[in-house]
Design a protein around this ligand. Structure first.
Ligand SMILES: [Zn+2]
Length: 146
């Protein structure tokens, strides 16, 4: 979370006003949430966080601290704090919650079947069933299951 104290119009993206305006006076603190890029974002190849890192949580925190350190150097940033939301785990199997991306859902090697959509959980059949029931998507056909 970064609290911005803009000094000049350009700090807020209001460039081009330099001739007319010299100062910006926010009426209240402006706080923005800066979210890290996914760890697997190497620009050219995509893999799951688990493959990209042995300690996903620590690596995300390190990346957030890196972002915070960068932001603290900006003159118009007043305050920066790093806040980590709790890791989401599946209520059915207890594994870390992961979802299919749009690409994975469209890819036969990573999706469950042709009904898989972006956001579908990947950890267990119970989670997939719940997800699909909620959205009216045809249930996963399992081997031997009716
Ligand atoms: Zn699960």
């Amino acid at each position: 979370m970064a609290t911005i104290k803009p000094r000049h119009p350009a700090d807020l993206g209001l460039g081009g006003l330099e001739a007319l305006a010299e100062f910006v006076a926010p009426t209240a603190p402006i706080t923005v949430a800066v979210l890290p890029r996914r760890l697997d974002n190497l620009g050219f190849v995509s893999m799951s966080d688990r493959v990209a890192s042995n300690d996903v949580e620590a690596d995300y925190r390190a990346r957030c601290e890196e972002i915070a350190a960068e932001l603290r150097q900006r003159p118009y940033i007043d305050e920066v704090t790093v806040a980590c939301t709790e890791t989401h785990t599946c209520s059915h199997c207890g594994l870390r919650w992961e979802e299919l991306t749009a690409d994975e859902a469209a890819d036969d090697s990573t999706n469950q079947d042709e009904h898989s959509v972006e956001g579908e959980p990947v950890c267990c059949c119970e989670a997939i069933d719940a997800f699909r029931t909620e959205r009216g998507i045809p249930a996963l056909q399992r081997d031997g299951a009716a």
